[in-house]
Design a protein around this ligand. Sequence first.
Ligand code: BES
Ligand code: MN
Ligand code: ZN
Length: 497
Amino acid sequence: MQLHIKSAHAALDRQAALVIAVGPDLQLSAAAEAIDQQTQGELRLALKAAGFEGKLAQTLPLWRLSGLNHDWLLVVGQGPASELKPSSLLKMTQAAVRQLQSLHLAHARFTLAELNLAQAEPLDLLAQMARTVLDTSYRFDRYKSKPGKSSTLTQVSFTVDERIPMSAGREALNWAEAVAAGTALARELGNLPGNVCTPRYLAEQAEELGKGQRKVKVKVLGEAQLEKMGAGAFMAVSRGSAQEGQLVSIEYRGGAPRQAPIALVGKGITFDTGGISLKPAATMDEMKFDMCGAASVLGVMRAIIAAQLPINVVGVIACAENMPSSTAGRPGDIVTSLSGKTIEILNTDAEGRLVLCDALTYTQKTFKPSTIIDIATLTGACVVALGKVACGVFSEDDGLAEDLLAAGEASMDLGWRLPVWKDYQELLDSTCADMANIGGPTAGAITAACFLARFMEGQRWAHLDIAGTAWLSGAQKGATGRPVPLLTEYLRRQAYA
Ligand code: BES
Ligand code: MN
Ligand code: ZN
């Protein structure tokens, strides 16, 4: 799909659809008003005849109104003007794309970017809208022997008014395309089943990102190296699977040579059975999504490489499969992590923190980052706390936490802060090792973060628990690509700070 910027006067080809917003009681947006005049009031009549209510994201396609030299008008409800906010614009965009696709249209022009929204920068809105058009066109149909109707939209343009200079608009679209490509990669990897998306597969995807890229260096460590290095916590998980675990780093050097990188560390459990502490069968299939943290790291790396962001970033993904087998770790096992700290594994289903603690230590020692952010589908408790709306944001550093929350709001990929207070640490006490890997029945998302915090002392660090936001269940089952929008926005702000 190609995206373009157009001025409001630019001609539209015959087959294209013009997307215009209309509120309740036939409140026409400026673009809709212009069309009404051009059609000598036929638009208003058509809206009345159809009983169009102007509810948020309601759609009404209209064909060949007189006085227009393009076939289609797509009217999108904008809801009451007083309730219009940036996220409404995205809902309208999403609904419009779905409608355009069900009409099998190839060309469309969106006028929505001109809507006046006090709370948002027009350029940011344009970028979010463009990203939404691309995200809504994503399909996961490679395993359907008869592929469903794939996206028909090939050309989408956005009209902008004088608040957005053409060149700045084009730049916003380029950024949107980079973020959408990263989000699509994260979704695709998340959606791939565990029999395809193995630790080795993720490592190959990382290597793919580095191909022909001068600023990118990819390194893959296999189990022999991890064992030798002393990554006992990682190996306690990975040893139960026939699939070889992989610890992968992707270094992107777009910034000053001496600038310490920002590190992103992703949980990449390609399937989480729970191990010997086996999970119940119902919805266990969704544990193919347990590598969405790693997928989001790869997605972010793809986006910033595409956008050539002027910043140094290193992505590290801890890839392993959590299986029950005769070589699997058992409840009660005591292992020594890469940091030297010992862990009593009381539940093999709390495996994410085990692979992550070694990945965090490795990242800190190898890359000496200024900031480390880990991303993990870490706890069911976080889903209970925040549902599918916001991811959990944990950090002892107020500035870092605020920057992440702000980036989430700006990219409409929300996070919400939860504490990592020392008061919770005693829940992780073990009778025979430095710590246990679970904290008991209460505050599960927090104790998981507290476990990781023990490996990040003195390091500027944040943890994102994306267990609720990384995928949708039921009829809409599929990866969301979150938090690629949040993280790319955070990095963009850091790069241009
Ligand atoms: N991958 C799961 C977390 C998860 C569960 C995410 C359900 C999304 C939906 C993680 O490895 C896990 O199993 N965590 C346990 C931890 C517990 C044993 C302390 C959990 O949340 O139940
Ligand atoms: Mn688990
Ligand atoms: Zn898991």
